[in-house]
Design a protein around this ligand. Sequence first.
Ligand code: HEM
Ligand code: FPP
Length: 311
Amino acid sequence: MSAAMPKATAKQYWDLTKPRVVALIVFTALVGMFLAVPGLPPLRESVLGFLGIWLAASSAAAINQLLDSRIDAKMARTSWRPIVAGQITPTQALVFALILAALSMVILVVWVNTITAILTFASLIGYAVIYTVYLKRATPQNIVIGGIAGAAPPLLGWAAITGMTGEWDWPHALLLVLIIFVWTPPHFWALAIFRRADYARAMVPMLPVTHGVEYTRWQILFYTVLLVVVTILPWAAGMSGLFYLGGALVLGVVFLGYAWRLMNPPDEMYAMKVFNYSIVYLMALFAFLLLDHWLMPLLQPAPVMEFRPQP
Ligand code: HEM
Ligand SMILES: CC(C)=CCC/C(C)=C/CC/C(C)=C/COP(=O)(O)OP(=O)(O)O
């Protein structure tokens, strides 16, 4: 290895994959897997599907950092990242991301199914290329459109278990995608309000930069109301029970409280409180979906045995 080539550590490669974001992404994929069938999903498709989606999301995050390193260098929040800090070279990052993506595709095609591989690859391209290269730099609606890729994982998990067989219940899977899709704007714009100076310096047209903080707060409130409405749909569609509905409504009312308070916040840091809550919210909402899926059958009344007297 030449002197110019830094010796990157495992921790730096780990950071390249945005591990905490990806952890929540694969959790939503896991919930999609569990909701796809009654009882427990098959072990091979679950484990290898999970691994394939995790590798693809990690690869997408690494490509994002590779293509965004010039923007990341200009922002206080991201200037520590391994490519910006010179700990990992762009070539090393590219090779690493391509290995992860190739491993993911081999695992999904060989041991899971082709439709999951295709959808996962589309999500990878959607985030790493379409969002990062085009949308992020072009329009304040970047994260709304780009949010489709981040919202896809429950569908990927679902597809890993059912494939496109007769059991392929895509409308229910799409409800989970819709929830994350509508959740993304309040999640991201709360952070973007707090970090707007960073985005302005890096010339990234995020909503608080292009349309101001006041307008962004209204948009957050609008999407949070919409979020509470769409989180009722899994119950309305008969996919989840009252346990889920109760959890979703409590979580949703708290989120609405945060979004409402953000209209007139006590301090600058309040937007970060909303952002942090958005993460707890999504984690807890998907945990409710999962628990409800397991609890519902237990709460059903046992079938009444018909008693026939012996002749
Ligand atoms: C286009 C869609 C999205 C955008 C623009 C976005 C943006 C962001 C940004 C800028 C951060 C701060 C990251 C940092 O400082 O390193 C963040 C953090 C986070 N995001 Fe998102 N996000 C999106 C979608 C998602 C999705 C789909 C999930 C999971 C299902 C997610 C989960 C998280 C988590 C868990 C964190 C906290 C990471 C930490 O504490 O280090 N995000 N997001
Ligand atoms: C295959 C598959 C399931 C792909 C998932 C895609 C994925 C990893 C989505 C994460 C979304 C995210 C962190 C966006 C922020 O990017 P940013 O560039 O705006 O944020 P930054 O400024 O922190 O880099």
